[in-house]
Design a protein around this ligand. Sequence first.
Ligand SMILES: [Zn+2]
Length: 223
Amino acid sequence: MMASGNYRIVYCGQHSHQIAQLLQSIWLTIQEALESIDSAGPAGTPLYNTFFRGVDPTTVKAVLERIAIGASIPTSDGAHNPTIVCDNPSVPSVLSSDVHAECATVRGLMALWVKESTTVFLCPKYLLTTRLEPASQHCVGYLPSGRYSMGIMLGETQWSVLFHELVHLYLRVPSLEEEARGIFAAVDLPPSQAAVNPSSYVFFLASMLAPHLCLWFFWESED
Ligand SMILES: [Zn+2]
């Protein structure tokens, strides 16, 4: 077990260090996001309004702050620290778990929040991906169907997936039945849905990490 701030990193072996570094980077980016939200006041920044127009900034801030602090999470059997568990088959309790089976059977699954729990579970596909942090080459891609996508890959870096699951963990509400995972789909959500869509938080924060990531032509086409 390794600790990073209030986060526990469990059964991750050689990956533990990388995960701790991703958490650090997420925390730093959250600080930047919080500062920009505060300095903009009620009008919001263009970036905030792109993903969260009409959402009370205190709602978004509260989620980001709790992730950055690693606030303990109330559950039916008391409050616990947030815990990141890797799908390590050499651990018998992991090998026999439902989440291990889910990683093996759900195609493309990288990670999941175990509902009602304080645990984010990282699948082999997550641990093996070489996309670490969001970068501009992740903006445009082609889906297996051959269709053009915006931002899907951006949401599939180790950094983005970890942050996405942490949003689930701290929102603790069922997300949209069909999550909006593309950047345009996220932009189009009404406020009540954007506030509970983890990818909206991912795109907002990823755009802090690399300024205006993937948004330049969206903004240009708006005028
Ligand atoms: Zn999700």
